[in-house]
Ligand binder design. Structure first.
Ligand code: 9PG
Length: 503
């Protein structure tokens, strides 16, 4: 490890790394562990949570100091290490804001990396590789460092990441109707056929069937509410001129699923050899597939290939973080490296043209492997989720404000893949959001370039349907004026009006 003094920045920076060289917008460092002295009194810390639903955003350090401890219940909310070191540990990238508004950003160019603020240093730490393993990542670990205005620093980081992982698809993201935020699990073939009829004339690209079609989590065959099977559904969706989309969570299983009952060894274990729960949902715990196990890999291939044979060419793959959790695997490797291996298998089985929307997915580790990524927790037809925010200090529960806040903090990812801030509500029925909250959702969808809703056509009055039509039919022009201010189709919109903490 060597020491470098950077004097031309206005602030004296001392960097510890194996090597350092200038790069567009900053510097490239090499080293498993690197450290940068922070030469100013930091006002705010940019914390980047581990996966789609994990909290991302600027935290006021003074307020955090006095804030109650964050309570997360399961790794399904974030990386357990990050939660244990809350709030000053971050996944892949972190930044500190100086009094003059510039930020000091340190971001990894490989997976399985954390950035921790440990006064007086901002430190980059990589999970050690026991043995050089191609799948587990490059032998030389690299980092990007910038001291610049916020938008410039994140943009330079994104540009360098795109050289490693590739850029977002050239085509715009498809416009999606998704069944989740209206029907939840209560879906059936007749209900979906009826909705398809009602959507006629609205310019959607994808009709996406969400959770509720499968027999069990891990048993990816249609249940009795889909008596004619999954191809009957895709035929009908195609006949309506739409692409069929399907939700599944290929890296998890509930304990009663045949795959878990028959092959417990295909799941990530703890040190005592018992399968390790990855989270709790659907009324009980669920387990994480060990995607390094050759037989589990074959099974996974089969699950994804079958969705292709049924005719689905848009897959919303969910709860993907599970493949990256710490634990015992058939082939030991760091968690995000294992996740990438799992996603490569999925991609191979799905083929290059299937659109993959990664959800509940490790953020940096998804780059290059999916066209789209959910960048925040679930939205909802209500603004706040006080049970979770007030009692558990957990900003990841379903709520429109939570989805907006974290998604807004991840817009910098846009050059790298399609970014999905979750659906927009146009309906007034079954919706507690007021007009300005709905407007904020609409604006963020335009900023992200991702247009989706779950509203049932029968719930929309003629003017709401007209608004939805206009939303889908216009590809907005967007210019970012500041971290929270945008010019959208000629009008200025400032998210800090509705999310003061984002300013
Ligand atoms: C289907 C849903 C929808 C939704 C996904 C995902 O327990 N949790 O922390 C938790 C977080 C998100 C979640 C479910 C549970 O929702 O984001 O769009 O597809 O699954 O079950």
């Amino acid at each position: 490890m060597a020491q470098f003094e950077l004097v031309e920045t206005g602030y004296p920076l001392t960097v510890q790394a194996d090597s350092l060289e200038p790069a567009p917008g900053g510097w490239l460092l090499a080293g498993d562990d690197v450290a940068v002295s922070v030469p100013f009194q930091a006002r705010r810390f940019y914390r980047h949570g581990f996966h789609s639903w994990s909290q991302a955003g600027w935290l006021d350090l003074q307020a955090q100091h006095q804030a109650p401890v964050l309570r997360h219940l399961w790794p399904q909310q974030d990386d357990p290490f990050l939660l244990a070191s809350y709030p000053t540990a971050s996944s892949g990238v972190a930044a500190l804001q100086a009094p003059d508004g510039h930020i000091l950003l340190l971001g990894a160019l490989q997976v399985d990396a954390r950035v921790v603020w440990s006064v007086p240093d901002l430190k980059g730490v990589c999970q050690p590789l026991d043995e050089p393993d191609q799948a587990a990542g490059p032998a030389v670990r690299r980092w990007f460092l910038a001291l610049a205005p916020e938008l410039e620093a994140f943009d330079s980081y994104a540009q360098i990441l795109s050289k490693v992982y590739g850029s977002a698809p050239a085509a715009p993201a498809p416009a999606v109707w998704c069944s989740w935020y209206s029907l939840f699990r209560d879906i059936s073939e007749p209900a979906l056929f009826h909705i398809l009829e009602g959507l006629e004339g609205l310019p959607f690209d994808v009709f996406q069937v969400d959770d509720g079609w499968q027999q069990q989590i891990g048993h990816w065959l249609p249940n009795t509410r889909f008596p004619n099977g999954m191809p009957a559904l895709t035929d009908r969706i195609r006949a309506a001129g739409l692409k069929p989309g399907l939700w599944l969570a290929p890296f998890i299983a509930e304990p009663s699923a045949p795959v878990f009952q028959q092959h417990p060894a295909w799941f990530i274990h703890d040190h005592d050899g018992s399968p390790q729960p990855a989270g709790e949902n659907w009324g009980g715990p669920y387990y994480a597939l060990d995607v390094t196990h050759p037989d589990a890999q074959q099974w996974l291939m089969g699950v994804i290939r079958r969705t292709r044979l049924w005719g689905y060419d848009y897959l919303k793959l969910d709860f993907l973080f599970a493949a990256s959790l710490p634990g015992e695997r058939f082939r030991p490797m760091p968690g995000e490296a294992a996740y990438r291996l799992g996603m490569q298998i999925v991609r191979q089985a799905a083929g290059p043209n299937t659109y993959i929307l990664a959800c509940g997915a490790p953020v940096l580790a998804t780059l290059g492997l999916a066209q789209g990524l959910r960048i925040g927790p679930d939205t909802a037809p209500f603004w706040d989720n006080p049970d979770r925010t007030l009692y558990l200090h957990d900003p990841t529960g379903p709520a429109a404000s939570n989805a907006l806040r974290t998604s807004l903090a991840r817009i910098w990812l846009r050059p790298l893949l399609h970014i999905d801030p979750d659906v927009v509500f146009f309906r007034t029925r079954y919706n507690l959001l007021n007009p300005s909250q709905k407007e904020a959702q609409r604006c963020l969808a335009k900023v992200c370039g991702f247009y989706a809703t779950s509203d049932l056509p029968g719930w929309l009055d003629p003017s709401e349907r007209q608004e939805l039509y206009a939303f889908l039919n216009t590809r907005s022009t967007c210019q970012r004026l500041s971290p929270t201010r945008f010019r959208l189709d000629g009008n200025e919109y400032d998210f800090s009006a509705i999310l003061p903490e984002a300013a």
